[in-house]
Design a protein around this ligand. Structure first.
Ligand SMILES: [Zn+2]
Ligand SMILES: [Zn+2]
Ligand SMILES: [Zn+2]
Length: 252
């Protein structure tokens, strides 16, 4: 599988859904949908097919995401690997690598894998348009291993460049005196998040707080100045803040 250090600080690595892969996904979904309807018609419409087509009924149920493995095994009275073998002999939905130049069939590892592919197929076609950001790992699930690695490498360089820019910016912020740093969008965003966490109240609380006072955001630690995790910051009312810095006496 693809390496998993695809995480920035702010969540999973996303890329724009390549348009040609999006088209392949839509085509695949519409083919699979037709195949499911056709198979269901064969199974359930008495004029068309053989009503006793046990294996086709099993194949349809294997793809039915309403049933967890245990429930399905109960319904069919066979175990899941056997049901999956029956599905494999004549699968309903087919999954191929979404890279149009490749289209290698994806091997199905187990029913969980199959249900994940069905789920992603639906998600990609109902909620995601071409060029929308998608989680890299989700898209990679719909690709063969080689194409997933190729796509990852093509983004590696861009990610490295972005990482460098970010590191350079953090270094720049760390050198700024606070009077300058406090005007940057980075500090403002962090400050807003702390105020939001605090509900715009002093996080020390207690009798000595004055709710009418402005709320400051104070550094509990300067070790990550310029790139502070939120737990290094605390919202304090002006009195608590000044008391903390020894501007107001403790007993005030
Ligand atoms: Zn491929
Ligand atoms: Zn206070
Ligand atoms: Zn302070």
């Amino acid at each position: 599988m693809v390496k998993s250090e695809l995480y920035f600080d702010d969540g999973p690595f996303r890329i724009p859904f390549p348009e040609e892969m999006h088209r392949a996904a839509q085509e695949q979904q519409s083919n699979n949908k037709e195949a499911r309807i056709a198979r269901a018609r064969e199974v359930y419409c008495p004029h068309l097919g053989d009503l006793s087509s046990r294996n086709d009924q099993i194949a349809l149920l294997v793809e039915d995401s309403r049933y967890e493995d245990d429930d399905l095994a109960d319904i069919l009275a066979i175990d899941i690997p056997e049901a999956l073998q029956i599905w494999e002999a004549r699968p309903v939905s087919l999954f191929s690598c979404l890279e149009p130049a490749c289209r290698t069939p994806l091997p199905i590892r187990n029913r969980t894998h199959l249900r994940r592919l069905l789920h992603l197929e639906k998600q990609f076609n109902s909620f995601v348009r071409a060029e929308d950001p998608v989680e890299f790992q989700k898209l990679a699930t719909m690709l063969c291993e080689g194409c997933a690695q190729g796509l990852e490498h093509s983004y590696d360089e861009q990610r490295r460049a972005e990482m460098c820019i970010r590191q350079a910016r953090v270094a720049q912020l760390r050198r700024m005196p606070f009077e300058e740093y406090r005007l940057t969008p980075e500090w403002r965003a962090r400050r807003n998040r702390v105020l939001f966490r605090a509900g715009k109240q002093c996080e020390l609380g207690g009798d000595r707080c004055d709710p009418s006072e402005p709320i400051d955001v104070h550094h509990r630690s300067y070790s990550r100045y310029g790139d502070e995790p939120l737990n290094h910051l605390i919202a304090l009312c002006r009195s608590c803040h000044q008391r903390h810095h020894g501007i107001l006496p403790e007993a005030a």
